[in-house]
Write a protein that binds this ligand. Structure first.
Ligand code: AMP
Length: 376
């Protein structure tokens, strides 16, 4: 492994993407004396709002991307759906320069493609649901006889928060869903009736040192994360296996940086669903859990700063604020804002559209289970 340089304060850190994750990274990095430069098609982005310098261009714009890369010392990503054209420019440029790119474009390619991702889990010995490709006409004609029902037809790429997914209870429903597809490049997954969902936030440094938070328990609403309880109420044995799987993945794909990995659990069965090659919504608890946050760890891994021996975290419950929950004038918000145990994080988005992530609350008081009860 080649040793990348340590980047000290004053260095210029680039982020592909300029939304809330880039914003929260920029808050940490700028406070620590770094410059943050974001590349995205959005003007006046959430990251720009906290002092990041903005390059506004399409991701495929080779000229703009090259001049952005020439001006920074390290590059990271706030989301995985970066077009291949941009990933190959980044790879080509970093191969000829001293630019730190963490995680590697290859890890991004794995995370943005469900087929590659699930195969990476299998190669690392991590159990997943059974899954089948719908890449050819022949796959399309035969998959309905192979899969167990119920199942879910999912787009292979560009899917997130349940988008591009059709649940099918019977063979007839799957055949009908398949016949309505406008393009191939899908997968079919068997449905797993889990009783809980968990995630692990992990950071891996260039020297191979791994740090992780204890697993959290996540509750989704309409396929979007609603609540995270940290730490999750899991047995020691389940927690150990979740961390073991997260570690296995990081080592097998030689991941450097922070990721969030999500699991389904039923009794003592654990199946891995997906991972996100960046800080994760279910890791926002770490901003108020008393130690390093996932964004601090993103900064440390990106800049090759010394890894702490271990990380600790106090209990926190996180609740997402979607467009429909954005009620700054409500008695509920006023009550929470007058209580120092509730911390509000907003992403600087002006338009509160339904389903749009506007911010989150972190609660770090003595009642983690009930902190957001009756908030609907
Ligand atoms: P995904 O976009 O794959 O993360 O799916 C979003 C959510 O849909 C997950 O967090 C689960 O709640 C649910 N889901 C996705 N795939 C499955 C599956 N194979 N079995 C059961 N639930 C699933």
């Amino acid at each position: 492994m080649t040793q990348n340089k340590i980047l000290l304060p004053g260095s210029k850190l680039g982020v592909m993407g300029a939304g809330q994750l880039a914003r929260m990274f920029a808050l940490e990095a700028i406070t620590s004396g770094y410059e943050v430069h974001v590349f995205s098609p959005e003007r006046n982005s959430p990251a720009f709002g906290v002092g990041a310098k903005e390059t506004v261009a399409e991701y495929e714009n080779r000229e703009k991307l090259l001049s952005f890369l020439k001006n920074i010392n390290a590059l990271t990503f706030e989301f995985e759906n970066i077009p291949e054209a941009a990933l190959s420019v980044i790879e080509e440029f970093s191969g000829k320069s001293s630019l730190n790119v963490f995680p590697s474009p290859n890890c991004i390619r794995i995370a943005q493609n469900r087929w590659k991702e699930k195969n990476a889990f299998r190669n690392a010995g991590i159990p997943t649901v059974n899954f089948y490709p719908v890449f050819t006409e022949e796959d399309k004609n035969t998959v309905a006889s192979k899969v167990q029902y119920p199942c879910i037809l999912k787009t292979n790429t560009m899917g997130y928060d349940g988008k591009g997914q059709i649940k099918c209870k019977t063979k007839e429903e799957l055949i009908s869903a398949l016949s309505s597809l406008k393009e191939l490049n899908h997968i079919v997954e068997e449905f797993f009736s889990f009783t809980s969902e968990a995630s692990v936030i992990l950071a891996r440094f260039e020297n191979g040192k791994i740090l992780n938070f204890r697993p959290s328990e996540n509750i989704h609403k309409n396929h979007i994360l609603d609540l995270t309880f940290h730490p999750g109420n899991f047995s020691d044995e389940i927690q150990d296996r979740l961390v073991f799987y997260a570690t296995k993945l990081a080592e097998t794909i030689d991941y450097i940086g922070v990721f969030g990995i999500e699991f389904f659990i039923k009794d003592d069965q654990i199946l891995c669903n997906e991972f996100a090659p960046r800080p994760h919504n279910s890791g926002h608890f770490s901003q108020n859990s008393g130690g390093l946050s996932q964004f601090d760890l993103q900064l440390k891994t990106l800049c090759n700063l010394p890894a702490p021996e271990k990380i600790t975290s106090n209990p926190v419950t996180m609740k997402n604020i979607l467009g429909e929950d954005y009620k700054p004038d409500s008695p509920l918000w006023n009550r929470a804002l007058s209580d120092p145990e509730y911390r509000l994080h907003l992403y600087g988005k002006s338009e509160a559209r339904p389903g749009r992530k506007m911010g989150h609350w972190n609660y770090s008081g003595p009642n983690p289970q009930t902190a957001f009860q009756d908030w609907e």
